[in-house]
Design a protein around this ligand. Sequence first.
Ligand code: HSE
Length: 313
Amino acid sequence: MKICVKVPATTANLGPGFDVFGAALNLYNEFCAETVDGAKGGIFTLKGEGRKSLPKNEKNLVWQAMKETFKVLGETKYSLKNLNIGINTAIPLSGGLGSSASAIVGAISLANALCGDKLNKSKIAELAIKIEGHPDNVVPAIFGGLCICVKNDEKNSLPKYSHGEILHLPIPKFKIVLCVPSFELRTKRSRQILPKNVDLDDAVFNSSRVAVLTAAFCFGDYSLLEKGMQDKIHQPYRGKMIPAMDEVIRAALNAGAYGSYLSGSGPAIAAFCENKKADEVRKAMIKVWKKESVSVKSFILDFDKKGAAVIRQ
Ligand code: HSE
């Protein structure tokens, strides 16, 4: 039996919506699992971005998340002895486009399909959020589209997040330009540097921007995005590790983008813009990175509407 799953890249936060907003994009990783007889398993076939860097053993995140899923499902018959794993990565690993979320969602979906699809998308999301630690990449990777992830009160009954608390916003008809610098920034590090407490003025500032951002999508008034994507609770801190961040965002806005922000925990930077302005915005962003002698990969993408899709072969 061979099962594959295609999982979209994601862009999270969208500026002020830290751990809340996330969108799926039409750039995909593919994960496959094939059952084999006679203890001939344990072969990892890696292609694309991760072909040289991803581990080909127990430590591989895809295998780790598959193992966790088998545990949750009470399934003991699968191990690396009877499974071969294929990973084809188009999503850059350096950070900001949800590459680890795609691995987690791909792995849970594969293990679930091998076990007869016992988990629905909501349950897949619950487990993926538990493994990833925050919802705004895994949720759009599973459901597609532009999502609002609503966190429960910690003291509330489990689960902390559930499908009932994920809202979908109308999907805009514009492009998302992504510039991904070659230096890596791990999400763990990029979260550790954030202060534990938020200043009240900054909280009010961000609440107002989240309201403007939501209104921009609901009314289809994208002239509101520049203001709606401003943030004071994570970007200023992360910007210290991404020296060109403010200048790249400014360059995107000057070139005609509706809004621009640090994608997820960075170092990727995203800009939302009209189709006809996308290339100009991309060039303006690249120019700033070049000045800083940083090489970048760039993409002009659309929103993905479907989320993770399982393909049985
Ligand atoms: N909301 C998460 C963060 C997204 O900003 O840390 C990580 O991609």
